[in-house]
Write a protein that binds this ligand. Structure first.
Ligand code: SAH
Length: 274
């Protein structure tokens, strides 16, 4: 098929974990030229209100795990294709990095199917942002030589062999989308004799003004844990490195329970800016 010369381009860009200044210059440049921005929930309002072309149409298509309300992926795909075929410059903004726990593959598949040109711009993933703003090196000599990015969102996906290996490795374990399953997650690691020198850091709303870091010994936390809830989004870091927070933290806890990212509304909303 010959490319329609009026076809627009889709820029799939990571917006970083929260602090708007963690956006890349490249993503900023495209946002300033965008006709349409299709954004996830975990993207700072500052990026949309201050760094984005004032004339751009902004569509909120955020998903929030377990909260039920979201824009189905096929509709997001359709929006990308539709606006690009109208010749628009479309930026698809995703929280953190584009390629980590996102549906980028679905979107790329849709773009390829319609031969729509695209670019992918990486972003700072929550693990990097949270680690930096909590004063935790993800790898460090004598602590950990590797990092794993994991999720325990669907509680049945990991078998016992897998848990045993996770409990015994010295790699740093970073769990996304897993604060609701934290109790079960720790029980599994303890069941498989995770070493008592491993610590746990629970980082709420990392890199935002509402950031809180809770740092604990795993066994002590598990003993006292009784239905703690955390403000979304929350990231969990497990390993010897997590204890370094106590020594190297540089940002005080906000002690706030307010939301930096607006919780999702019942229906996806398209709002044109005046
Ligand atoms: N693509 C994103 C991850 C999307 S999955 C990235 O690269 O960061 C959404 C999960 O990411 C949340 O449930 C939470 O576990 C984590 N997350 C994203 N932003 C976060 C933040 N500011 N603070 C803590 N966790 C965050």
């Amino acid at each position: 098929m010959i490319q329609n010369i009026h076809t627009g381009k889709v820029i799939i860009a990571g917006a970083g974990p929260g602090d708007p200044e963690l956006l890349t210059l490249k993503a900023l440049r495209y946002l300033q030229q965008a006709d349409v921005v299709i954004t996830d929930r975990l993207v700072s309002d500052v990026i949309l209100n201050e760094y984005t072309n004032k004339e751009a149409l902004i569509l909120h298509v955020g998903k929030q795990c377990r909260k039920g309300a979201s824009t189905p992926q096929f509709i997001i795909n359709e929006l990308l294709v539709e606006y690009a075929l109208q010749g628009k410059s479309v930026v698809r903004l995703k929280g953190g990095d584009v390629s980590i726990f996102s549906n980028v593959l679905d979107e790329l598949t849709a773009l390829l199917k319609y031969k729509i040109p695209y670019e992918i711009i990486p972003g700072i993933t929550a693990a990097s942002g949270a680690a930096a703003y909590a004063g935790i090196p993800l790898t460090a000599r004598d602590h950990s030589t590797a990092v794993r990015l994991l999720t325990y969102y669907k509680t049945d996906i990991l078998n016992d062999e897998y848990w045993k290996e996770l409990a015994q490795t010295d790699d740093t374990l970073v769990f996304y989308m897993s604060s609701d399953t934290l109790g079960a997650l720790l029980a599994k690691l303890i069941q498989h004799n995770i070493s008592p020198d491993k610590h746990l850091a629970i980082i709420e709303q990392a890199t935002t003004p509402m950031q809180n870091v809770h740092s604990h010994n795993i066994y002590e936390y598990a003993k006292n844990e009784s239905g703690n809830t955390y403000v979304s989004p929350t990231l969990i870091i497990i390993g010897k490195v997590a204890a370094l927070h106590q020594q190297f933290q540089w940002l005080p806890n906000s002690n706030s329970k307010n939301y930096y990212f607006k919780p999702i509304e019942k229906t996806a909303k398209a709002e044109a800016r005046a």
